[in-house]
Design a protein around this ligand. Structure first.
Ligand code: CP
Ligand code: NVA
Length: 312
């Protein structure tokens, strides 16, 4: 028996960045950098041997699925891809029942779904850690990778200024939480009608500000971030959104407002010519490939932490 059996461990979920302390998040980033180095050196490290992660995907995914599945395999465990199309979840089995059943068989559960409330309800009934792999409201796993990517390229983000250009969506909400946890200032440039949720925004106090003009919002910033104008589940609004977001493209002119050393990030998938120009995403300031790659390492640090396996 290991010292960290399921019974002995405190049950923690990762539904938003606010579920962890600022120190825990920062330590997780440091650990992720170590795990990345170990992986690149070819070290075999299997702290999650025989552990299973269930992955419920109610929306599409490339990065999230591949990074969680690969991470579990590298850790000596396994991952199960579960889609509502071929599980009883899609045929109306209650969330509460699914959570209790899966908890009997697997060690962690990752969910990508629509309503954040569904995730919360699932977690309430789960006896194993639950991870938010994106809801309509938040995408905290992406922020672990983004914060690591900033640190690796530019050092600490504390005291820096970040510009969010685009929709006040799930990624924007997680950036607001990140501003609180990592201590940076966030300028949000979104068109009227597409603001982040008031309660999430207000909780960050004067660390976040809405500046409608994207050029002004990007001025002298250290990191410029954007995301799609139409998120998963909003496909019917596409034409309306294209009109509303015209002028909110991150292009060379906008990047020229930011600090010379500023980085560009995008969680991907990206639409060149809509929210970002090809020249910016392929340009020298863009770290989008590091950012995508870091999903693997950041989530391995998360999985290790939730299983109580992070070395002292
Ligand atoms: N950024 C992100 O979560 O990508 P996927 O939708 O491909 O998982
Ligand atoms: N805001 C996007 C993020 C995709 C990773 C969406 O929810 O579709």
């Amino acid at each position: 028996m290991t010292t960290n059996t399921r019974q002995q461990q405190e049950l923690r979920h990762f539904l938003t960045l606010m579920d962890f302390s600022s120190d825990e998040l920062k330590q997780m980033t440091s650990r992720s950098i170590v795990l990345k180095q170990m992986q690149k050196s070819g070290d075999i490290y299997e702290p999650l041997k025989n552990r299973m992660l269930a992955m419920i995907f109610e929306k599409s995914s490339t990065r999230t699925r591949v990074s969680f599945e690969t991470g579990m395999l590298q850790f000596g465990g396994g991952a199960l891809f579960l889609s509502p199309r071929d599980t009883q979840l899609g045929r109306g089995e209650p969330i509460e029942d699914s959570a209790r059943v899966l908890s009997q068989m697997v060690d962690m559960i990752m969910i990508r779904t629509f309503e954040h409330k569904h995730l919360e309800r699932f977690a309430q009934y789960s006896s194993v850690p639950v991870i938010n792999a994106l809801t309509d409201s938040y995408h905290p796993c992406q922020l672990l990778a983004d914060m690591q990517s900033y640190q690796e390229n530019r050092g600490s983000i504390e005291g820096k200024t970040v510009a969010w250009i685009g929709d006040g969506n799930n990624m924007c909400h997680s950036y607001i939480n990140a501003a609180r946890q990592w201590g940076f200032k966030l300028n949000i440039a979104c068109p009227k009608g597409y603001d982040p949720e008031q309660s999430i925004f207000a909780a960050a106090g004067d660390q976040v500000e809405i500046i409608r003009d994207p050029m002004a919002a990007a001025s002298n910033t250290d990191l410029v971030v954007t995301d799609v104008w139409t998120s998963m589940g909003q496909e019917e609004e596409q034409a309306k959104r294209e009109k509303a977001f015209a002028g909110y493209i991150v292009d060379d002119k906008l990047m020229a407002q930011a600090d010379k050393e500023a980085l560009f990030m995008h969680c991907l998938p990206a639409h060149r010519g809509e929210e970002v120009s090809a020249s910016v995403i392929e340009g020298k300031q863009s770290v989008v490939w590091d950012e995508a790659g870091n999903r693997l390492h950041a989530q391995k640090a998360l999985l290790e932490f939730l299983m109580g396996q992070t070395p002292e």
